[in-house]
Design a protein around this ligand. Structure first.
Ligand code: LLP
Length: 399
């Protein structure tokens, strides 16, 4: 099967039988295809996958084999990336509000450190004079699918403003920090190329003030369609436009520069499904609740951002579609996977498959209500591999 629900009734049932529910399933084919589309659309660019979107080691390993680097935001992300085999030079660390311990840990790993506060530069420089750094800028152009994921603009905690730059340069000079990169990430779930290009222009306009750059990192954020009426971004067109502007800027900069991208969602979103089982079908006066063994603790996006994810129920039931609320076992009324969705009402024991769950799904899962994190399975053609087992009581409550 293709499309967001790429697992049909028979295979979903076989996997559920084998591994139990709930579980995340990832399509290795889709993951590879997304890596290759990026490489084709942005020839010559270094793609650093934003591992916050999905940090399963098997997913990371697949991407490493496809030639990607990795964008990290915590010392343990750096540690895992190294463990999976990413080379130091292919890892960027862009943590927000890093502690001294964070800075020391990532410095020890020898990866490129991207900083976005004057005091972080100062603390880093004092401790590690002469180190290489990149600066994250906030040039007031931001965007994204929800206010929570817009990461530039006047209200954002991210980035140095244009006004901060003279002082940032002075701090770096004081400590001999070498500014080797400029970075920005304007937000997540962006569909308008024009917004991305305006932000790119603003970033490229800053190059002249930084004579020793090696790379320019334009962040991630490429939108992925979730709803039927959303269209995929034209990545090739986007790539052409970005590359043309970047090449022109490099020509006037006068030294070679690497273009860096940090997509997360684009790489993993459509490859992932969450498969749950209907535990309880409940009709109230006004609503039909399809209760499942997964919920906001495994996929928080519908509760947190009111995100719409495609949903199918297996097996196909030949019954009149009704408006259903697909919910989980968590003790909150916000525990929804799909709201008010017209669908054939499933029976208890049927499977619910939630699409576009590969990005920020498992990665944002929690133990809320003391429930285990689900299993994760990689599906590669006719083969499947358990890539993380379901948690047990002692994994959640260590002694
Ligand atoms: N680079 C940096 C510095 C980032 O902070 C992010 C995402 C990315 C790259 C990758 O962005 P992407 O290509 O995935 O849009 N939990 C939210 C998304 C939060 C994104 C956070 N930063 C969601 O589920 O929609």
């Amino acid at each position: 099967m293709t499309g967001p629900i790429w697992l049909g009734p028979r295979r979903a049932a076989a996997l559920a039988e084998r591994f139990g529910t709930p579980f995340y399933a990832y399509s290795a084919r889709t993951l590879r295809a997304r890596c290759r589309s990026l490489a084709r659309a942005f020839p010559g660019a270094a793609v650093r996958y934003a591992m916050k979107a999905n940090a399963n080691p098997a997913v990371l390993d697949l991407e490493r084999r496809e030639g990607m680097g990795v964008d990290t935001v915590s010392p343990w992300e750096v540690r895992l990336a190294r463990e999976v085999g990413f080379r130091k030079r292919d890892i960027v660390y862009s943590g927000s509000m890093p502690s001294d311990d964070d800075l020391a840990a990532v410095h020890r790993e020898g990866v490129t450190v991207n900083l976005d506060a004057l005091t972080s530069l100062h603390r880093y420089g004092k401790r590690f004079p002469g180190a290489r750094v990149s600066l994250r800028l906030n040039l007031e152009i931001g965007g994204g699918h929800h206010p929570h994921v817009i990461t530039a603009g006047p209200d954002s905690k991210f980035g140095l403003s244009a006004d901060d730059l003279p002082e940032a340069r002075a701090i770096c000079a004081t400590h001999g920090l070498q500014i080797v990169g400029l970075h920005q990430h304007i937000g997540s779930g962006i569909f308008e190329a024009s917004l991305f290009l305006d932000a790119l222009d603003a970033l490229l306009a800053c190059l002249g003030d930084f004579p020793a750059l090696e790379f320019v990192d334009v962040g991630g954020g490429f939108g992925v369609p979730y709803r039927d009426d959303e269209r995929p971004v034209d990545l090739d067109a986007w790539g052409k436009a970005v590359t043309a502007r970047f090449d022109a800027a490099v020509a006037s900069y006068g030294r070679p520069l690497t273009l860096v991208l940090e997509p997360g969602r684009y790489v993993v979103c459509e490859a992932g499904l969450l498969v749950a089982r209907v535990t309880t079908l409940k009709r109230t006066r006004d609503r039909v609740f399809v209760g499942t063994d997964s919920g906001m603790h495994h996929l928080i996006r519908p509760a947190l951002y009111q995100s719409w994810h495609p949903v199918a129920t297996w097996p196909r039931r030949d019954v009149k579609p009704e408006r259903c609320f697909v919910v989980g076992p968590i003790c909150e009324s916000g525990d929804v996977l799909a709201e008010d969705r017209l669908m054939p009402v499933p029976e208890e024991g049927d499977l619910v498959v939630v699409g576009n769950a590969g990005a920020y799904g498992f990665a944002m899962a929690s133990h809320y209500n003391l429930r285990a994190l689900p299993a994760e399975v990689m599906v590669d053609g006719d083969e499947w591999t358990l890539i993380r087992r379901r948690e047990r009581y002692r994994d959640v409550i260590p002694r």
